[in-house]
Ligand binder design. Structure first.
Ligand SMILES: Nc1nc2c(ncn2[C@@H]2O[C@H](COP(=O)(O)OP(=O)(O)OP(=O)(O)O)[C@@H](O)[C@H]2O)c(=O)[nH]1
Ligand SMILES: [Mg+2]
Length: 451
């Protein structure tokens, strides 16, 4: 329950129950309430209509629309928020009857995103998605101006309202083009930054999953484990909250836990059922970290009865993002909230792991599994690092398994197993005769050997 109620905007929520089961419908209505909460809206009243399919004209039918108008007046609501996505005409007609703006679910999600977007990139992405949503919905916005001249199809004969719509449409299309260009620029910067990180050679892991599953909490738990210095770890922490879409911007942190290979972890925006397509499209570049990851942690709230549906939504979204073929670990979080926690046993080597970001349960098993994935993707190298390239040696000390290390006359002879990206980086900085053996197949020198 929120305490700062005076800052909340009163709304009525409307559900249209068609073909889905009662259970699915109730769940979707509950989720709509949580979305309203995340948008600082207070649900004053709920109206439900059951129909075999949505009414073409008013979505819920004209009788129910009149009832909705009474609810709206009764609680002085500022908006009616509808479960589902309304066609522009349905929205316009319903709006006319109830006399306050109608928001559909997409509109509500866009509104949350626009309030929560902090970085320049996220702001531009949300603006772009918002304008694309608005474009087909302009009709009706200028209706109050009416048709001031009648008949004919020529532009000169159009009413002020229609002219204004055309003008708006052109301006909006123009702004969308501008936004696309700006986003493409940011995209290029992001590529350069990613290449910079790749040069360090650490494996990349991405947290993905339904909103509120505990992705940010897991990241914070791992940061705590990596940095016992509480103040330092607090500085790096990401925002976590019991609220839908708490995270919008991508954060990347290095996780370096003693005795384990360090890796980079990214935390990004959560997914939701029926996520507006334009929004996913707009967030494609933010979600790029997911496409380039070496491993994905699919995080679920295992205490939520709908967590399997959440897994499916996540997997479908990953398919939309072309993030297939990346090793996955299914992380069933919030195990502490399940009565059976004591009976949940994690099988070593399994890709299904129960954890609790809150209590720390199962985190070691998760880290073991991640290290297995890194190892499977690692390369053996047998190299001679010149004394002038000390940075390469410290890179190996940081992120590789050193099998042997011997100081020779012209450099340090190292045999090690390291992440593929690190082997690539080192390989690119050495001369051929300094690479005795690289699993990438690069061989040279007299003492070349097969490991
Ligand atoms: N009991 C319990 N609560 C948890 C656990 N992990 C996270 N939570 C709570 O779940 C809520 C959501 O956590 P977040 O980490 O913000 O979730 P998220 O997946 O990052 O959510 P979005 O950023 O909205 O996508 C917070 O109130 C956390 O305190 C857990 O293991 N056990
Ligand atoms: Mg988060």
């Amino acid at each position: 329950m929120r305490e700062d109620k005076e800052n909340l905007t009163p709304v009525v929520i409307v559900g249209l129950h068609t073909k889905e089961s009662d259970e699915e419908f109730d769940h979707a209505m509950k989720e709509l309430k949580s979305l309203c909460e995340a948008c600082d809206l207070e649900v004053m009243s709920t109206l439900i209509q059951t129909l075999p399919h949505p009414d073409n004209s008013t979505w819920i039918g004209s009788g129910k629309a009149e009832e909705l108008a009474m609810h709206v007046r009764g609680c002085d609501a500022s908006y009616a928020v509808c479960l589902g996505n309304l066609l522009p005409a349905q929205m316009k007609n319903l709006q006319k009857i109830i006399d306050v703006p109608v928001w559909d679910r997409t509109n509500l999600i866009l509104e949350i995103f626009s309030r929560r977007a902090h970085t320049r990139e996220a702001r531009l992405q949300v603006e772009s998605a918002y304008l694309q949503y608005m474009l087909p919905r302009l009709t009706g916005m200028w209706q109050h101006l009416g048709r001031q001249s009648g008949g004919g199809g020529s532009r000169a004969n159009k009413g002020i309202g229609e002219k204004q719509i055309e003008l708006d449409r052109r301006q909006i299309s123009h702004r969308i083009t501008e936004l696309r260009k700006e986003l493409a620029n940011i995209d290029r910067t992001r590529d350069v930054q990613r290449k910079g990180r790749e040069r360090d050679g650490y494996p990349n892991v991405a947290l993905v999953g339904y909103t509120n599953a505990g992705k940010s909490s897991l990241m914070n738990r791992l940061l705590d484990m990596g940095d016992p210095d509480a103040a330092k770890s607090a500085e790096k922490k990401v925002f976590e909250k019991n609220m839908l879409f708490a995270t919008l911007d991508t954060s990347i942190r290095k996780i370096a836990i003693c005795d384990r290979k360090p890796f980079l972890l990214s935390d990004t925006v959560g997914f939701i059922e029926n996520i507006p397509h334009d929004l996913i499209k707009a967030f494609r570049s933010t979600l790029a970290e997911v496409r380039y990851a070496d491993a994905l942690l699919i995080v679920m709230d295992s205490s939520d009865p709908h967590h399997e549906m959440h897994r499916k939504v996540t997997e479908d979204t990953l398919r939309d993002l072309d993030a297939m073929g990346i090793p996955r670990i299914y992380v069933y979080n919030k195990a502490d909230l399940r009565d059976r926690e004591l009976n949940i046993k994690n099988e070593p080597g399994s890709d299904i792991i129960y954890i609790s970001a809150r209590t720390g349960y199962g985190i070691d098993v998760l880290l073991d599994r991640l290290q297995d994935i890194f190892l499977a993707d690692s390369h053996m190298i047998d190299i001679l690092i010149p004394y002038t390239s000390g940075n390469l040696l410290s890179l190996l000390h940081n992120g590789a398994d050193i099998i042997s290390e011997e100081h020779k006359e012209n450099g340090t002879h190292v045999i090690a197993r390291c992440p593929a990206a690190m082997a690539d980086r080192i390989g690119s900085q050495l001369q051929d005769d300094q690479k005795m053996y690289m699993a990438t197949g690069v061989k040279g020198g007299d003492d070349a050997q097969t490991l």
